[in-house]
Design a protein. Structure first.
Lengths: 187, 670
């Protein structure tokens, strides 16, 4: 366990192993403490449950918020709760200075709804439904959905196995000019 | 270095920490072994210095990030409400501010300060003194606001500078410095803009725009910086619309319902727009001629409107015509992205037309002033003769007579006039922008918020509602403002300083206005792909702005009694003069050989050939790229083919060996 000391002291290893600057780590520290219940304010190995994390304004409107919590959580119960280390991990990946490779790796894991290591048809359907919002009038019809998924697989699935694996995904993402600037969260 | 590798691994923090601990234990264990013998102390010292250096580099990076001006403000705008497209305008503003700071440094440090410190003080020469006839009104606020009076006869404008070749104990060559700073500001601006364009093009990775359309829409369209539910809803709607649009476009078969009607309407709309542009050009020309008439009759007889007519008309046109174009474009029924491009193109044409009409009118004024100057020169010989009236005969040397500089008759310094016009235009443009923000955004928001309670229809969703932040309009305004600065900086060294102040104030005012009175856009456009488009416009404007300045430098003789080039037949003669006097003789000879047209023409030819060669190689690289991609896709398909052939051959002849199959496959691979 990481012995996090007081609010002022930032661990040297934290600074080195993440892409965050000192100010960002301190800010993360403050925000994480606000999410903790009053009794456990001083023990930093407490795990904040997912519902609390989802009340943060930066994540509240994000359609992938639950997936983010599941991906970055290291709890054995797989309940999406985050410890402070997980929180720092999350901020580091979404920071300005993270490399595109790290970002695309984690983006892949976020989009992989069933955690099987590939983006198959069901993952893509769930992804589209997340992106089109919750209202029924904005959802795509069945045939539009089929056509869309077909087009995507045609573009990205190089080995034609019906799924998009990590290297195919990274190949597509690496050529996109918008990915790095939009895959960013700042506290 | 191993830490950097660790950082780049997509592992959990815990795992990284364990690995790090292991690595550190390993190093500590074997550090002694590594450093045994003679080099041990040196090795330990090296390791310590390396650690200190890494720490210093990290702290410096942190410090650098903290030093970027307004970074926090922009991040706030990005994350709180508006996503990355609005923030891109502010990033552009900040970049322009950086350029203007450099221009300000050059003009202030190398032109204004030397003249102020080392040149002759105010009142010692005719060009540096307010004329007797104007001295009663020289301190009035109205005169100063118009940049007349004491403001005109100061380091702010061209006319104040003395043409003495070297001033002060440093022997500072002021005319040379003035000329070189003028050329240097343009050269620096070109360099910065082109460098930024090149790095933008690199980042975009060769422009593979269409091959991954759908995948990109799926995987990269969500902006994770959006934190506002309203913006999120807008984003959902726009993503859905873009999906549906792409699906429909993919299916093709867009039925052209009534192609003739659409075409007729589009031609009509373009005709209306052309009429608007022509009308605005003529209006500006008319107004500038009228202001010349007013100036001839003396400005005291006219009120505020007549005095500032030109600037007000130009600013008002810039405010209302774009809205008019918007209304006309409703006739055209284009796809929104194409409509936006047309709108931008038309606003660009409007601003350009206005600026060039203004310059042509200014040229007319310059010619008038040149004629006036010839008259004044003639009158001055008569005046001087009158001074010596009866005391001496004509051919003997005259002792200088003490005349108060304020009484000497002045030539109409056309350069100062040009500088004043540009400064006035910039100021009025600034005022118009700020007033538009205050009225159009702030008062409108107040009105909608408070009068909504007692109004018949819902103001927030209906007609006025809250204003959206018009990114393209603001960016174009910024670009044209910069064009004016580039044009006028040679004649009014104070322009970059004024622009720096203006940008500084704009940053704060617009940040406040965006957070307080604007709502997120309905259609959320990506900013990154437009980046090079705006840069290209900036480059074009820079090129167009240098043309008038270069033309006036090369072809119009400078005024005889004001400015650092007075007395020369052309402004660029200062270079020749410097070459003759300050450099050794052989240098001048070399230079005259090098500027021989016989040498310059082949050089230009060489450059043209070089451009042609580079273009053809880049085309060849692009074609090779596409070929390689196709090969990549084909190679993946080969295992498929092998399996197909294997099955087929097994079905036909189970006992044959695979070698004919393999030779077939190898042929296909080639």
């Amino acid at each position: 366990m990481l012995p996090v000391t007081n609010t002022v002291g930032v661990q040297e290893s934290e600074l080195e192993l993440t892409f965050l600057t000192k100010q960002e780590i301190l800010l993360a520290h403050c925000r994480f403490k606000e999410l903790l219940p009053k009794e456990s304010r001083n023990t930093m190995d407490y795990r904040v449950p997912m519902e609390k994390i989802l009340t943060m304004p930066e994540l509240k409107s994000n359609p992938f918020r639950q997936r983010i919590c599941y991906v970055f959580s290291t709890s054995e119960a797989k309940d999406g709760s985050l410890s402070f280390e997980d929180f720092l991990d999350f901020l580091s990946v979404f920071s300005d200075s993270a490399t595109p490779e790290i970002k695309s790796h984690y983006a892949f894991r976020i989009f992989d709804f069933d955690d099987d290591g590939t983006l198959d048809r069901n993952d893509l359907v769930k992804l589209v439904n997340c992106l089109t919002g919750d209202a029924p009038e904005t959802r795509l019809s069945q045939e539009e959905m089929n056509q869309l998924i077909g087009n995507i697989l045609e573009e990205s699935d190089i080995d034609k196995d019906g799924t998009v694996n990590l290297s195919e995904f990274q190949h597509v993402i690496s050529r996109s000019p918008d990915f790095v600037s939009s895959f960013k969260i700042v506290l | 270095k191993s830490i950097t590798t660790l950082r780049n691994q997509p592992w959990r923090m815990k795992k990284k920490l364990e690995t790090l601990k292991e690595a550190q234990e390993f190093i500590e264990k074997f550090e002694g072994a590594l450093g045994k013998g003679k080099g041990r102390k040196f090795y330990a010292y090296k390791v310590m210095m390396l650690k200190k250096w890494m720490k210093f580099k990290r702290d410096f990076e942190n410090f650098k990030t903290a030093c970027i001006p307004w970074e926090m403000k922009i991040k706030e705008i990005e994350s709180k409400s508006f996503g990355s497209s609005v923030a891109s305008y502010f990033i552009f503003l900040r970049w322009m501010y950086g350029i203007n700071m450099v221009l300000f440094g050059l003009t202030f440090g190398l032109v204004m300060v030397p003249e102020a410190l080392m040149g002759k003080p105010y009142g010692s020469m005719p060009r540096k003194t307010v004329p007797r006839s104007e001295s009663s009104t020289a301190m009035d606020f109205a005169t100063l606001w118009d940049f007349g009076g004491y403001a005109q006869y100061s380091v702010l404008f061209y006319g104040y500078y003395n043409n003495q070749r070297a001033i002060g104990w440093l022997k500072f060559r002021l005319p040379l410095s003035y000329f070189l700073v003028g050329v240097g500001t343009i050269a620096y601006s070109f360099m910065v803009v082109i460098r930024t364009m090149a790095s933008n093009a690199n980042q975009e990775g060769g422009g593979d725009d269409t091959s991954f359309n759908f995948s990109w829409k799926m995987f990269t369209s969500w902006d994770y910086l959006i934190g506002n539910p309203e913006t999120a809803d807008n984003k959902f709607a726009s993503i859905t619309t873009s999906f549906k649009e792409s699906i429909v476009e993919e299916q093709e078969n867009r039925k052209e319902e009534n192609i003739h009607l659409t075409r007729f309407l589009r031609v009509l709309a373009n005709f209306l727009v052309l009429c608007c542009l022509a009308g605005s050009g003529y209006l500006i020309y008319f107004v500038v001629r009228r202001s010349q008439k007013f100036a001839l009759e003396g400005l005291e007889n006219y009120g505020w409107w007549e005095r500032n007519e030109v600037n007000m008309v130009m600013s008002l046109l810039g405010m209302f015509c774009p809205t008019l174009f918007d209304v006309i474009s409703a006739l055209e029924n284009y796809h929104p992205r194409i409509a936006l491009r047309w709108q931008l193109g038309r606003i660009f044409a409007l601003f350009l037309g206005n600026l060039y009409t203004f310059i042509i009118a200014l040229m007319d004024e310059i010619n008038l002033k040149l004629e006036e100057e010839a008259v004044v020169k003639y009158n001055m010989t008569i005046w001087e003769a009158n001074l010596y009236n009866g005391t001496l005969s004509e051919n003997s040397t005259r002792p200088p007579i003490e005349v108060d500089p304020a009484d000497v008759p002045r030539g109409p310094c056309w350069e100062t006039m040009v500088g004043q016009e540009f400064v006035r235009l910039t100021i009025s443009d600034t005022m118009t922008t700020y007033i538009t923000i205050l009225i159009g955004d702030f008062l409108r928001a107040l009105f909608v918020r408070f009068i909504n309670y007692c109004w018949c229809w819902d103001l927030e969703y209906g007609f006025p509602s809250y204003a959206e932040f018009d990114i393209s309009g603001n960016v174009l305004g910024l670009i044209f403002n910069q064009g004016m600065i580039w044009m006028g900086a040679f004649y009014a060294p104070c322009l970059p300083a004024i622009n720096v102040l203006r940008l500084h104030a704009s940053m704060y005012l617009q940040c406040w206005a965006v957070m307080c009175c604007n709502v997120p856009h309905e259609r959320v456009f990506k900013a990154s792909r437009s980046n090079n488009f705006y840069m290209a416009m900036l480059l074009f404007i820079l090129f167009l702005s240098t043309l008038p300045a270069v033309y006036t430098i090369v072809s119009i003789p400078p005024s005889f009694d004001c400015g650092p080039f007075s007395g020369k037949s052309r402004m660029y003669n200062v270079i020749q003069e410097t070459l003759e006097n300050d450099f050794p003789a052989w240098f001048g000879k070399v230079f005259s050989y090098a500027s021989n047209p016989g040498l310059i023409l082949p050089f230009i030819l060489l450059m043209v050939l070089g451009i042609y060669y580079l273009q053809s190689t880049s085309k060849a690289y692009k074609a090779a790229n596409i070929e390689l991609k196709k090969k990549l896709q084909n190679i993946i398909k080969v295992p498929d083919l092998i399996l197909t052939f294997h099955f087929r051959s097994n079905i036909d002849n189970p006992n044959s060996n695979l070698s004919p199959l393999m030779t077939n496959v190898f042929c296909l691979c080639k």
